[in-house]
Design a protein around this ligand. Structure first.
Ligand SMILES: Cc1cc2nc3c(=O)[nH]c(=O)nc-3n(C[C@H](O)[C@H](O)[C@H](O)COP(=O)(O)O)c2cc1C
Length: 330
């Protein structure tokens, strides 16, 4: 198996990084490593596995993120996920939502290093895929290098070789998940220190990274950078990443992306997928460009309705290619 390139990763994001979003992002970026949204172990074990886990080969390489804290269930899910053809399995140790805490997974597990080690051990022993973890740098009053480093030591002991660190602690009580992405202060230094103390571990830094200068500067200190909102809200940022970071000079322009999207939508609609399931992820494609408002309006007028049909998507191509070219072209 070829080694995964995690230099730039798309963050796992609930309701965002589903298979349709990942396909769209892959049209722009060949080199980014993609993560699924978090999938709870119960959804895989008790749910419609194909519905939950199927994806298009074109999306690869792609990691599946699991949420759970029952080692047997996690191990069972790893086997299933491997059979579906994913490239990595990640354990979520960073989500602070109330629902997730109630089910005892996500960020509250930072408080239970032994349980985390048990879970990761069971996962590593049940699959040939790389198992990785995504966590925060602390919780509540605890933002302490020694605490975090001991937690990392525990994770390391399981054979996990890649850890994603969201450079903020999680406040487990009193903040909404959205506030938890903003209010706890960023502490990149703590992540750099962890890398210095654990040079053999691949450390991916995450949190509020929005441009290629920041990316380059982080890459001097750690092995990879994970980005969430900046890419989801402005997916064509990936084109800049391809050019600047991966030195790829063959990035398709937005028109080409739309052309390929239309072909994809055509294929998926025939399988029963709603246009909106795909196109909702593309709202930000023209972010920051003249004509961005028109693109958004066109999508909301024509594609957010449940009865959207493919003809309307075809028309969007005409809109981009002919009528609005001058305004919407890059
Ligand atoms: C809408 C949304 C959904 C998210 N869902 C997940 C998730 O399923 N799993 C996870 O580990 N983190 C999740 N996160 C956190 C992101 O992966 C990431 O750590 C966070 O947004 C910080 O990165 P950014 O500043 O680049 O967005 C989510 C964040 C947002 C905004």
């Amino acid at each position: 198996m070829s080694k995964i390139n995690r230099k730039i990763c798309m963050a796992p994001m609930m309701d965002c990084t589903d298979r349709y979003d990942r396909y769209f992002l892959r049209l722009i970026s060949k080199n980014i490593f993609l993560y699924s949204e978090m999938i709870a172990t119960g959804a895989i074990i008790n749910g419609d596995k194909k519905k939950v886990l199927n994806f298009d080969e074109f999306e690869k390489p792609v990691a599946l993120q699991l949420g759970g804290s029952d080692k047997k269930e996690l191990a069972e899910c790893c086997k299933i996920v491997e059979d579906f053809g994913y490239d990595e399995i990640n354990l979520n140790l960073g989500c602070p939502s109330k629902k997730v805490q109630k089910n005892k997974f996500g960020a509250c597990l930072i408080k239970e290093p032994d349980l985390v080690a048990d879970c990761l051990n069971a996962m590593v022993n049940s699959t040939n895929l790389p198992v990785t973890a995504k966590t925060r740098i602390g919780f509540d009053q605890v933002e302490d290098f020694d605490y975090l480093n001991n937690f990392i030591e525990k994770i390391k002991g399981t054979g996990v070789k890649t850890i994603i660190l969201h450079a903020r602690k999680a406040i487990l009580k009193g903040l909404t998940p959205k506030e938890n992405l903003k209010i706890p202060k960023l502490n990149y230094e703590m992540v750099y220190e962890i890398k210095k103390s654990n040079p053999e571990i691949e450390i991916i830094i995450n949190g509020a990274i929005t441009d290629t200068n920041q990316i380059r500067s982080h890459l001097n200190k750690v092995d990879g950078v994970m980005i969430g909102r900046a890419i989801y809200q402005s997916p064509y940022f990936l084109a800049e990443i391809e050019k600047d970071i991966f030195k790829n000079n063959n990035v398709p322009n937005r028109e080409k992306i739309v052309e390929q999207l239309v072909e994809y939508v055509d294929r998926e609609v025939k399988k029963g997928v709603r246009v909106n399931q795909i196109m909702r992820h593309t709202v930000g494609l023209y972010h920051g460009q003249r004509g961005a408002g028109k693109w958004k309006r066109y999508l909301s007028d024509n594609m957010m309705a449940r009865d959207s049909d493919f003809q309307k998507v075809k028309h969007i191509l005409e809109v981009v290619q002919n009528n609005e070219k001058a305004e919407m072209a890059i």
